[in-house]
Ligand binder design. Structure first.
Ligand code: SF4
Length: 332
């Protein structure tokens, strides 16, 4: 049984201009102990899909799913209060901007010790000792002294380490990291990724890494979901996605990675064109307007997922045996 299993998740937002169909029927799973990367441009639905599962959506959102199961529990059957209990104990979260997640009026100690005390039902002193141990694990020097300080006394990188400490403090089964390094400078990004990599190996926690950076995915993850226009356009292992990609959007993402010889970080350069309007999404394939291989059928009928291996799926008409286009692959 998978740790997380999601079937046909749909999320819409009501706004004055209409209904934004942010996530349009996605299905995926996370295995115990694995790291799953979700990659795509902003607005592709990658963050919204995880926030939907955690019931952390604003009032104007509407969520439907045929089935969402986490660690044997049907999440469709639990309310927000029960979900909140689960967050911080069984599911930990790390967001892009640690400053907006930490309370500036409370010491770091208050923000780590209290959740440990509540979730693990242990004394304040025992929780404090545990907090010190966790700060050591995330390599924050002088943890006893640091517990008494406020978030503004920490650098950006140190604040992100604190967020990681809070997220792992209750030994979660699943850690969700949403662009955890985007707000940090390059050297600090590398340090935080190294830390997460070590923690992943030590703790055997499953990780969902949401990012627009394929370099992060390559270093951290076992499998990848490529999202576009609120849908999963391709899914596979790292090897399948990087060496045998089948979807033109994935080809574009891979081609846009600067080569190592440029000395730059592997950051996505946007593919020409704009993402689809999700208030009135295209009838056919969401990538049609930007796809150099688009055929007539692409405009009219959405491509179904084609299974290529036990772990590899892609949704593109080029793979259909009767398609007139010739499937090409990018050599990477
Ligand atoms: Fe391009 Fe058509 Fe494939 Fe969509 S279905 S990615 S438009 S070839």
């Amino acid at each position: 049984m998978h740790l997380l299993q999601v079937q046909n998740l749909r999320t819409t937002f009501r706004i004055d201009a209409g209904q934004v169909q942010a996530v349009r029927g996605i299905s995926f799973y996370v295995k115990k102990g694995e790291s799953l990367g979700i990659v795509g441009e902003s607005g592709s639905g990658k963050s919204v899909s995880m926030l939907s599962i955690m019931k952390l959506l604003p009032q104007n959102a509407e969520l439907q799913a045929d089935h969402v199961q986490f660690n044997g529990q049907d999440l469709n059957q639990i309310d927000q209060k029960e979900m909140r209990k689960m967050l911080g104990s069984e599911i930990g979260m790390i967001f892009q901007d640690p400053m907006s997640s930490l309370n500036p009026l409370l010491t770091i100690g208050d923000q780590i010790v209290e959740p440990i005390r509540i979730h693990q039902k242990i004394s304040k002193e025992a929780a404090r000792k545990k907090a010190i141990d966790i700060l050591r694990i995330v390599e924050i020097p002088s943890p006893e002294k640091r517990l008494k300080q406020y978030p503004h006394e920490f650098s950006g990188g140190m604040r992100q380490r604190v967020m990681i400490a809070i997220a792992i403090s209750c030994n979660p089964k699943l850690l969700i990291a949403d662009e955890p390094t985007t707000a940090l400078d390059v050297t600090i990004q590398a340090q935080i990724l190294d830390l997460m990599h070590d923690l992943k190996n030590k703790m055997q926690t499953s990780i969902v890494m949401i990012t627009h950076d394929l370099g992060v995915i390559a270093n951290m993850c076992n499998r990848v979901l490529v999202m576009y226009g609120g849908t999963i356009v391709e899914e596979g292992t790292i090897r399948e996605i990087f060496y045998q990609p089948k979807h033109p959007y994935t080809w574009g993402l891979i081609k846009s990675i600067p080569t190592v010889s440029t000395g730059k970080r592997e950051k996505l350069i946007p593919i020409p064109g704009s993402p689809p309007d999700l208030i009135a999404p295209p009838k056919g394939c969401p990538f049609t307007a930007r796809c150099e291989y688009a055929m007539k059928i692409c405009e009219k009928i959405p491509p179904q997922q084609i299974t290529l291996s036990e772990t590899h799926r892609a949704a593109c008409w080029l793979m259909h045996p009767k398609a007139s286009g010739v499937a090409k692959e990018v050599t990477v």
